[in-house]
Design a protein around this ligand. Structure first.
Ligand code: DGI
Ligand code: FE
Ligand code: FE
Length: 197
């Protein structure tokens, strides 16, 4: 990896997340976990690390500014995103990756853009970031996170399926609106799984 370049990105992310130290720790956790998954799946460790480092770079932007920034860049905002503007941090994160961090790698930007909802038929980098966000060492939200940690290194598609299943169960039980992309991603990975049984 280009350590000097990574250090520079790391310092910028630290500054962007200075109001939330745990979020910065989480970002480093995702970068490291993504790098490990990239080793396992013969994918670029550096690209995984960079995407992990930047995936939540827009998380600390206040919600009203998130909406304003998306409008400025002509990014579409759905009704669900208006209701739950925190969802926009992934879309805005991808925009900031390009604009503020000079990332011109489209796959890195796409992995950032879809890290919250997932999407059907993800690239290996998209899957790596989606999973790393869920299993990085500091994360302890889901009851079955340790099972998913193991699964992630055995069969990443199966791990994606369980992450989406857990997320949808959580959203349904807490009566939150479900983004179309989250449902589509779940439907895709659930049917793919049946085909392989
Ligand atoms: O930013 P992080 O906290 O690291 O993680 P994240 O970007 O995956 O965001 C996690 C939150 O996003 C979690 O509370 C579930 C929520 N989420 C995921 N899909 C949807 C969703 N929230 C709503 N309302 N609708 C969705 O489809
Ligand atoms: Fe996030
Ligand atoms: Fe995250």
């Amino acid at each position: 990896m280009d350590n000097a370049y990574i250090d520079e990105l790391c310092k910028k992310v630290q500054e962007a997340l200075k109001d939330d130290y745990n979020r910065f720790k989480h970002s480093i956790g995702v970068a490291n976990t993504a790098a490990c998954l990239a080793m396992r799946y013969n994918s670029s460790m550096e690209r995984a690390y960079i995407a992990g480092l930047l995936h939540d770079c827009a998380k600390c932007v206040p919600d009203d500014i998130k909406i304003e920034e998306c409008k400025r860049a002509n990014l579409s905002i759905s009704e669900i995103e208006y209701k739950s503007p925190y969802l926009l941090h992934s879309k805005l994160g991808a925009l900031y990756a390009k604009e503020k961090y000079n990332i011109d790698d489209k796959e890195i930007c796409s992995a950032i853009e879809y890290h919250t909802t997932g999407k059907p038929d993800m690239s290996i980098l998209e899957k790596i970031i989606f999973i790393a966000d869920y299993i990085e060492p500091y994360r302890n939200k889901a009851w079955d996170v340790d099972i998913i940690r193991g699964l992630a290194f055995e069969d990443i598609n199966e791990a994606v399926y369980f992450c989406l299943k857990d997320t949808l169960e959580y959203l349904e039980s807490s009566n939150k609106d479900i983004d179309e992309m989250t449902s589509k991603a779940y439907a895709y990975y659930a049917s793919n799984r049946l085909e392989n049984i």
